[in-house]
Design a protein. Structure first.
Length: 489
């Protein structure tokens, strides 16, 4: 009983068995070992004390208990304590290391909880910081915060921090999708697309209903952004945001609204062709057509036909508007393109006339005071004989009571004149030259002319009032140095 009492007292780690035997030095060794363990263990941290130290201390206690029992078996207790009482006290004191171990585990768990809560706070801070910047810049920070939430929720689901992760993920989704909640739909597309990838990275149990939440907002943002930019920018070969909507969410309510909404916008732009900015409306119709053409599954086929009709009418209206606004170079280009693109259109002959008048008006603005007549007026017609005294063919553009263009072949044995004086004195006067000439029959009225020899020779414009009862002649020459002689009628 005496040996048992001393062994139990030493097993508590307090060295009381040696105290009963008055082995003070050995008692001090026990105290030092216990104190050393406490220094290593406290304060408690999540990692706890290293395993080798715990094993070494346990071995030491067993050795101390065995040594104390051995010594007590051969010697009486030196303190006036009964062996049975000492043994009972030893059993009671064993609660100290056992309770200490339990308390230490609890302290270690609390330390781990604090560490996990700190990690949660840091992840929250990242989300808060990222929410104030553009998503492209904030994306790395969002991703790091998500990894921390996932680690807490999946590896430590029972911790206080782990239990808070679902709420934090809800806040995370709100932060990333902030542009959508602010109705900034174009900006919202990229972050919402990112949120659709989160279920591939995080356990669905943590996300719950959040896993499918981004689908409807993304469909809405694709629709709203696509419609807001329809006609204002080129959608590209994929049909832009509307094409992405139809491919990603083909059965969504938003996808079903695409075709009717585009058709309505086409009607709006077609109506604008009669307004003050037909060129702008035509350009928008072209961009709408580019979007419709690239929508998947033939969605834009019928829309494309409506757009083509609108663009055809709009191109003509644009050319007329440019002519009236004195933008003659643009009017010439627009009407030339119209005549080349729409050869069978009933307005193509008039478009060609407007292009001719616009080209003359570039050099002679008075030629653009009014649109060319669509038909020739009645009444007598006067002759205008144009002779080409030049080694190059010439094209004559004219506009007035009627509008048109003629070409006169080159004079094979003609040459350029040295100066204007010589051209005026001798132009079209030689009996030995084989001049090429053309006769125009023109109704009376004010006319404007433009003579073009082509590359290397400057065009020249002039005008004249063609009056009844007269026959007019003019001679075109080239003065050395690339200048065209005056068109004198």
């Amino acid at each position: 009983m005496r040996a048992l009492a001393v062994g139990l007292l030493n097993l508590s780690g307090l060295g009381l068995g040696y105290v009963l035997l008055r082995r003070w030095l050995l008692a001090v060794v026990c105290w030092a070992a216990t104190a050393g363990l406490l220094v290593l263990a406290l304060p408690a941290d999540p990692e706890g004390i290293a395993g080798p130290w715990v094993i070494a201390y346990a071995v030491f206690l067993l050795l101390a208990a065995a040594d104390g029992a051995r010594r007590a078996y051969r010697a009486a207790l030196l303190l006036p304590v009964r062996s049975l009482v000492a043994a009972a006290l030893g059993l009671v004191l064993l609660a100290i290391p056992a309770g200490g171990a339990v308390a230490y585990d609890s302290a270690k768990d609390e330390a781990m909880e604090k560490v996990l809560l700190e990690r949660l706070d840091k992840a929250d801070g990242m989300v808060k910081s990222a929410s104030g910047t553009a998503f492209a810049q904030a994306k790395p920070e969002y991703r790091l915060a998500l990894r921390r939430y996932r680690s807490l929720g999946e590896k430590h689901p029972g911790s206080r921090a782990g239990k808070l992760v679902p709420k934090r993920l809800d806040a995370y989704y709100r932060a990333v999708a902030a542009p959508y909640h602010d109705n900034d739909h174009c900006t919202a597309i990229e972050p919402l697309t990112y949120l659709r990838t989160v279920p591939d990275q995080v356990d669905g149990k943590l996300l719950g209903e959040l896993a499918d939440w981004p689908d409807d907002p993304l469909a809405t943002s694709l629709y709203e952004c696509g419609m807001s930019s329809l006609g204002s920018r080129t959608a590209g070969s994929t049909g832009g945001d509307l094409g992405e909507l139809l491919r990603t969410f083909p059965e969504s309510e938003q996808a079903k609204k695409v075709e009717p909404a585009i058709r309505k916008e086409i009607r709006t732009q077609v109506a604008r062709l009669k307004g003050s900015a037909p060129c702008t409306a035509t350009d928008q119709l072209r961009r709408i057509g580019g979007t419709a053409k690239n929508l998947p599954d033939g969605t834009g086929d019928a829309l494309g036909r409506d757009v083509d009709n609108g663009v055809e009418n709009g191109t003509y209206a644009c050319g007329v508007d440019q002519f009236k606004d004195k933008k003659f170079s643009s009017a010439k280009r627009t009407m030339t393109d119209f005549a080349r693109e729409y050869k069978n259109n009933a307005r193509t002959p008039q478009a060609k006339k407007i292009a001719i008048a616009a080209e003359i008006a570039v050099a002679r603005p008075s030629a653009g005071k009014k649109l060319p007549r669509a038909s020739s007026p009645g009444g007598a017609k006067m002759e205008l004989v144009i002779t080409n005294d030049a080694p190059k063919p010439v094209e004559i553009l004219y506009t007035g009571s009627i509008t048109g263009t003629i070409k006169i072949p080159a004079c094979t044995n003609c040459k350029e004149y040295a100066d204007r004086t010589a051209s005026r004195k001798n132009g079209c006067e030689s009996g030995s030259k084989k001049y090429r000439k053309t006769t125009l029959r023109l109704p009376a009225g004010d006319y404007h002319f433009l003579a073009k020899y082509g590359l290397g020779v400057r065009d020249i414009a002039s005008g004249r009032d063609i009056r009844p009862g007269f026959r007019y002649t003019t001679c075109t020459v080239i003065v050395r140095g690339g200048s065209l002689g005056s068109l004198g009628l």
